[in-house]
Each structure stands twice: as C-alpha cells, then as structure tokens.
Design a protein. Structure first.
Length: 518
C-alpha cells in the first residue's frame, strides 16, 4: 500500500512494482484474507435485504465453484464467461476461474444475443457462470451456462494453480472503431497494477471504516478492477447492489444502507446527481473517471459530497495510470491529475519521441496493469505500440506536471460512461434488409456526453419514416446491447465516402456536432 505520510514526489521516486514470481489473483483478492481473518466482511450484498459475506464464506463459494468447473472439464488456460450482475457469486466466479489457472471473461447483462455470441465465440469459451436470466440469454449458443446457487458448500479447500504474473487471467472485450470488439488479455499482475491508482483516487483507500461501492457494473473494468477486486485485496468491504436503472434516490439509499464511505461515480451519474440537486453525506472519498469533469462539476461536488472529487484516467488495455489525489495535491480543473506511482506517461509525436507540446498520450511498457496482448490479434497488438510506448488513442499535453486531456484520436463513442465502438453497430445495421450503407458517430449530449447517431442510406424500395427508424433502433437493441443502440437515426441519400468506399466518419462527426450546437 502507498504510504499516506509521504508527498507525491517522494511516493513516485520511491515506488517500485512488488510483483512476486508466483502470483494468483484468487489468493490476492480472497485466500490471503480468508486465512488471516476469515470472519472479516468482504462483500455487503444489498440485493435482497442486507447480507454480509465474509472472506471465509467467499473462499468456500469460490472453492466449490472451482471444483464444479473442474468436474466439467475446465483446465488451465480455458476461457470461462461470467454473466452476472453485482453479487457475491459474481466475485466468487472470477476467483474460482483464476484458482483453476483459467481465464475469466466479464460479460454485461445488458448484452444481447449477437454481442454475447461474438465475444464468447472469439474467446472459444465453453462455459459461462451465470444466473437463471443469463442462462436464458445463452440459449442456442455453444457456451453453456453454469448456475452456482445450488452448489453444496463445505470446508474442503481448493489448491490454487501455481501461476505467475504473466500468466493469462482475464479477457476483457473493448470497443474499437471497426468490426467486433477486441479482447484485451491480462495477466495475474493486473490487480497489483491497479492498486496504487485506486488507493490514490480514494485519498489512500484502506483506512479504518472504509466501504466501497460503484454503480458501474462489475462486467466492466471500471467496476471489476477499479472497485471490486482492489477493495477485496485491500480488505475494504465492497457493496453489491443491482440497479435496474440508476436514479439519484436509489444511489442515496445504497450509500445510506451500505454505510458506504468511498464511491466511484462515472461522470454521467455525477451529472444526474447534480441535476437532481442531491446531497450525499458520510462519504470520505469520491472518484470519477472516463472523461474530464471541469471546474463547475468539481465545485458542485465539494458542496454535494463534502469532499473533492478525484479524477483518474486509464483504459481497458492499461488502466489507472493517472489520478488526482486531494490528500497529496490540489486538483487542477480541466486536468486528469498526475501519473500514478509506477507509471511513466509520455506525450509523444508520430515518431515516438517525447514532445513538450500536444501529442499522443502513451504509457511506457513495464506497467503492471498493461495488457499482455489482444486475443488472437497480433497485428492489432503491434499497432497499439510505438516503440516502448503503448498508445492510448487519446491526445493530451502537460500542464505544470498535470495531465491535460485534449480529445480522442479515434471514433469511439463515450455515452453514459460506456465506450461504444461504431463499427459493431454499423455491422449490425448492415444486416437489416432495408439498409444499404450506414455511418455511426457520437453526437454531443449534455447528460450522456454523447449519444449514438446513425446516418442511414436505404436500399431501393424502402422509404424513410419514423416507424422504420424505430424498427432499426429496436433491431440493434435486440442484438447488441440496450445502451449502444442509435438514439438518433437520420436518413440520407448518400454518405461521404473515400475513393475506396469507406465511410468518412470525420465528416459525419462534424455534421453531428453542428446539429448539437444551440
């Protein structure tokens, strides 16, 4: 853990990654605490009433599930999906998979058939730990559901596989600008790599009385590795609360009933709380990441929460690389924070040389939270790096030691905290009988940051109408995810195209931005 008594400069100068040769995240997040303090509370589940799950019980759950997966033929290196909402079995599922030396795949309950099938098919997963609702979603797929609720738990321990920091452990799919999402493959060092940034963003998480929660689903890196697993590894109770829909009132209830002191709020959640003029008392720290908040939001947060919101920065491929920390230094509006100890961030030019001006935000190889590779995509992996630097796809600059985010280089859409790849939506719409060609971009939106907008050219014989637009929205919603469908659809006679027939999204983006201006 970071030493709270040291300055930022001292912490950074003294920091060294302590990554042992033998490392398994199941031991790190569960078994170590279960051996030392089995009655310590690990998860507070507010799903149906209030249930406290200790580390001892969490280990029994994971051990029982590991034995069940092993009996079904899962071995080291196999990929196993986890399709559950926030609950103790979701945590136990990942831990059980890691104990086997297998690779867990977090999956979102708002995914629909095509989104699930493409990820599970690409990974070659044979099993998915799920619940009854998730099992129904998997009907007809090659991957089969396993429901752990009826397992008989006992005190038989399951010996975790002898894994090292570079051995694969997690496969997280991330949206890109073209085609299906890519799987970012991470090793067992991933959790270690997240700890300094999580501690920093919560003003040294791990203090007496700390209790952690996020409305972000545990299927995303923000929920799973910015909150759940670091909390468990640090001995901080994590609240599990399944929200059908985020509302300020439900948020306040969860904080109150869970005795939450530390929260990760995505920016959209903060904007909804601000719009409701809701104040939440009792918090020690509030962290936020995904996009810059600005001076007005930071000022509002001090009044609404009684603390300064700490912004952090990262991505699925290499997360928690920069953060604010009010205990160490004052925030600078418009900036994300400073590099987390252990991470070297560079602003580089097209040759890979460090520049003093605006350039590409990049992370030097060797950071513990950096992915191993893109799953089965060596060319995409190579393109992600420029020399010794991993490219984030973002542009930025330095502001007296603070990292200032300028904008994204690619066409990924940020909407309500989700990163949405336009290519997957375009591919889906192109399978509709009425669509000749389509271009998808993000349109600025005051609440969601951006909304998905599709510009559609119809095939001969089909006429533009609001009914057809509604049908296209439902078509995507039913196949991909409830959050990634195009909220706006505009029919055009033609799209801007390159000479090779590729849609010029840049021109569509400019059109959408013009439409959004008051």
């Amino acid at each position: 853990m970071l030493n709270r008594g040291e300055t930022y400069d001292v912490l950074t100068a003294r920091f060294r990654w302590d990554v042992p040769g033998r490392l398994n995240m199941a031991v790190q997040s569960c078994d170590d605490w279960a051996a030392r303090d089995p009655d310590r509370v690990a998860i507070i589940d507010l799903g149906e009433g209030r249930e406290e799950v200790t580390y001892g019980r969490l280990r029994r759950m994971a051990d029982g599930l590991a034995r069940e997966l092993q009996a079904r033929g899962v071995v080291r290196g196999d990929r196993v999906g986890v399709l559950r909402s926030q609950d103790a079995w979701c945590a136990a599922a990942h831990i059980a998979i890691w104990k086997l030396g297998a690779i867990s795949i977090p999956l979102f309950k708002l995914f629909r058939h095509d989104a699930l099938e493409s990820r599970l098919g690409d990974a070659g997963a044979a099993w998915v730990v799920s619940d009854a609702a998730g099992a129904a979603m998997l009907e007809g797929m090659t991957a089969k559901p396993l429901l752990p609720e009826d397992l008989t738990l006992d005190d038989r321990s399951f010996e975790p596989a002898q894994t090292g920091p570079e051995d694969p452990a997690v496969l997280i799919y991330t949206s890109g600008t073209t085609g299906s999402p890519k799987g970012a493959l991470h090793g067992h060092r991933m959790l270690t790599g997240h700890l300094p940034g999580v501690e920093m963003s919560h003003d040294f998480l791990g203090q007496e009385g700390d209790c952690l929660w996020t409305p972000a689903d545990w299927a995303w890196i923000g929920g799973l590795f910015d909150v759940l697993m670091p909390g468990l590894a640090l001995g901080v109770p994590v609240v599990a609360a399944r929200l059908a829909k985020f509302t300020p009132e439900e948020c306040a209830r969860i904080v109150r009933e869970g005795a939450v002191r530390n929260v990760f709020f995505p920016p959209t959640a903060l904007r909804m709380l601000k719009a409701a003029d809701l104040r939440i008392e009792g918090l020690r720290s509030v962290a936020s990441g995904g996009e810059p908040l600005g001076a007005e939001m930071l000022q509002w947060g001090r009044g609404a929460f009684g603390v300064t919101i700490n912004e952090f920065y990262g991505q699925t491929e290499c997360n928690m690389v920069a953060s604010s920390c009010n205990d160490l230094f004052a925030p600078r509006p418009g900036c994300i924070g400073k590099p987390v100890p252990g991470f070297e961030i560079g602003i580089i030019d097209e040759t890979g040389a460090v520049t003093d001006g605006e350039g590409d935000i990049a992370i030097r190889r060797g950071a513990a939270s950096m992915m191993l590779e893109y799953w089965n995509k060596p060319e995409a992996t190579a393109e992600k790096f420029r020399g010794d630097w991993m490219l984030t796809g973002d542009r930025g600059t330095w502001d007296e030691g603070y990292l200032r985010f300028v904008g994204r280089e690619d066409d990924v859409i940020t909407s309500a905290g989700y990163r949405i790849g336009p290519g997957e939506i375009e591919d889906c719409l192109m399978t509709h009988e009425a669509v000749a060609t389509v271009g998808v971009v993000g349109k600025p939106d005051p609440l969601r940051t951006e909304v998905v907008k599709a510009y559609v050219v119809l095939k001969t014989g089909h006429e533009a109408s609001e009914d057809l637009a509604a049908a296209l929205r439902d078509y995507v919603k039913a196949r991909l995810a409830q959050y990634s469908y195009p909220r706006e659809i505009e029919f055009l006679e033609a799209l801007p195209m390159t000479v090779t027939g590729k849609v010029i999204r840049k021109e569509l983006k400019a059109r959408a931005m013009d439409e959004a201006r008051p």
